[in-house]
Structure formats: C-alpha cells, structure tokens
Design a protein around this ligand. Sequence first.
Ligand SMILES: Nc1nc2c(ncn2[C@@H]2O[C@H](COP(=O)(O)OP(=O)(O)OP(=O)(O)O)[C@@H](O)[C@H]2O)c(=O)[nH]1
Ligand SMILES: [Mg+2]
Length: 234
Amino acid sequence: MKPKSNQAAVGSIQCDNTTMNLLKVNDFVAKVIRERLPDILVINVCSSPGSGKTTLMQETGKRLKGKLNMAVLVGDPETERDAIRMREVGINALQIVTGGMCHIEAQMILQALDHIDLKDVDLLFIENVGNLVCPAAFDLGEDIRVTVLASTEGDDKPKKYPRMFLTSELLIVSKSDLLPYVPFSVEAVSIDAREVNPDLEVMTISSLKGDGMDEWCEWLMNKVTEKQRHLVEV
Ligand SMILES: Nc1nc2c(ncn2[C@@H]2O[C@H](COP(=O)(O)OP(=O)(O)OP(=O)(O)O)[C@@H](O)[C@H]2O)c(=O)[nH]1
Ligand SMILES: [Mg+2]
C-alpha cells in the first residue's frame, strides 16, 4: 500500500501550491477596488461566528446617523439575515451570499460594488464571514482591518490564529458586559496580540450596553477624515 501521510514518498508528485496563485489574483482585484474607492474609507471586519459584528454595525449606524454616510457589504455562507437586520435600522446594506465559502474574496466585493449605491458614502464596512482563519489571507481592498473577539471566546486566540491579528490594525474585545462572568483577561489578550502585532490597537466594547461605543465612533470619524485628507494631499 502507498503511504498516505504528508511525508513525500519517493517518486511522489511535487504539487504546485495553486492557492498561492489564487491569492495573487486576489491581490490584483483588491488593487482595482482600492483604485475604484479613493474617497471612501473601507473597513474589513473579521471574527469568529457570533462575536457581535452585525450588532456592532447596527449600533454604529444608529450613532453615526447624520454625522457620516455609512454602507455595509455583509458576507455569509447562506441567507440575507444580516443585511435585513441592518436595513431594519436604516443602514444601506447588501448581502453577499458566498454559497458555503468560508471567507469573502476580492472578486465578490468587486461584483457587489455594482449593486450597492455608494453615492455620498464616507464609510464602507465589509462584514466578513465568521471565521478567524481564511479571511485573514484575502485582501479585500480595505484600508483597515478590524478583528472582533468576544469575551466569551477565550483570551488565547491571538497566538492560535496569529495571521488574523497580524494583518489587523484594531482588535475589538466585544461583549465587554459579560467580562465579569467569563474567564477572559483583556490585559492578557492585549499582551498576546501585541506580541503577534506590536502595532495593534485594542478597544473594549459592549454593543449591547453602549460601553466603548463613543471611543469607537470617534476613532471611525478620525479615520474617515484621515482618508479624505490623504485624498486632498494626493
Ligand atoms: N452580551 C452581549 N451580547 C451581544 C453583544 N453584541 C452582540 N451580542 C449577541 O451575540 C449574538 C451574535 O451577535 P451577531 O451580531 O449576530 O454576531 P455576528 O458576529 O454578526 O454573527 P455572524 O454574522 O453569524 O458571524 C447575538 O445574540 C447578539 O445579541 C454584546 O455587546 N453583549
Ligand atoms: Mg453577522
């Protein structure tokens, strides 16, 4: 019987890693997206399923109403549910159904851009598919990547899923209202995350109770201004 382990047997085929080629193609499409959205701040929000991304988007939309124009592209393997939840609170949202895929790819964003009205939009969120692994590898043409980690998920995640934290600018510890009830140390997660990525900012938020929302919204407003200023300079 032939060996079935990963160890290369004599005479085995040395396969090309075609995934690397796919990622190269993805990078080209991401560049096209960046060129197409020079005046809109694009934020890619990544996390495990259920960490509170949609709830955060809903609460953010409510608070930023009248201050800046926001839109959301939201990816899920199936259903329109998250886009419907966001539209219910007045957010311009379009669902990307990935058909079972565990991440959004840049070509999906490029296709979606033809189906969402971005006139006068300052801030475009992409809510990625809930998954701490695959989304880390796909540049979606975003300016900023945010990882959301709920207090209920455990504070050991940065070292176990390092690429997600390495490629993010901001870590949001969500569901902070549950911190008194779960074994989760914001300090420990911050130390681990910054060992992976020393430049990572950390914020603690409860979308449910509102803690940290002011700081988050101010951060967003500043980033939108920075993007627009950069535009003027260019
Ligand atoms: N206690 C608490 N619960 C929250 C908070 N934010 C969200 N939740 C709850 O967490 C659950 C998941 O929230 P969602 O916003 O749907 O999470 P999600 O990350 O968008 O989920 P997927 O799109 O399926 O990955 C819901 O039951 C929310 O009510 C929070 O700040 N505190
Ligand atoms: Mg969601």
